[in-house]
Design a protein around this ligand. Sequence first.
Ligand code: ZN
Length: 216
Amino acid sequence: MSLKNSALLVIDMQYDFMQGGSLEVQGANELIPYINKLMTLNWGLIAASKDWHPSDHISFASNHSHANAFETITLDDQSEQVMWPDHCVQNTTGSEIHDQINSSLFDAIVLKGQNSKVDSYSAFFDNNHLEKTQLHAVLLCKKISSIYLVGLAADFCVKYTAIDGQSLGFDTHFIFDATRSVNPEDNSNLIQQLQLKKIEINSTQQLIEQNQPKNK
Ligand SMILES: [Zn+2]
């Protein structure tokens, strides 16, 4: 199997989402060896995304007078927004990609969530689908037709990147053991939702067995 027209998308492997971070996802550090191993395969492109918020971002509970982290509130425009602890503020250590991830293999890094007024789970669009990141253009430029997703968090940013990728016409794969969820108790429901959208669920081992590393 050739991965020439396939891209590995490494979603939000930033310190704030990892062990000891302000919005730690359980088990996030366990993904590091899986992702580094996957990056040795012969991908047409490897892209990473970074959550990249201004400090007055709408998703931070601290920016609302009566909100608690992890509750859902209704915004002025009637959309629902989960309240998060402050995380991935631009140019802070928490916003950097973990240094054990082999970032030298990234061909592109896409930033998302810079608009303080709207959240952005997907690496393609903000949550209101008003603005696009550079990711779609980067993939088209490299003639990518399939995308494989890993990273954080499975039930938010990886999920919405997968759904948008599939609706943009990419053959979309979710490497489930190379992701971790904020709410892992809902993982079977998440897998069902992805399969309904025709997103394929894969494992790291499947990818490794089917493909040769770059230097062999
Ligand atoms: Zn965020």
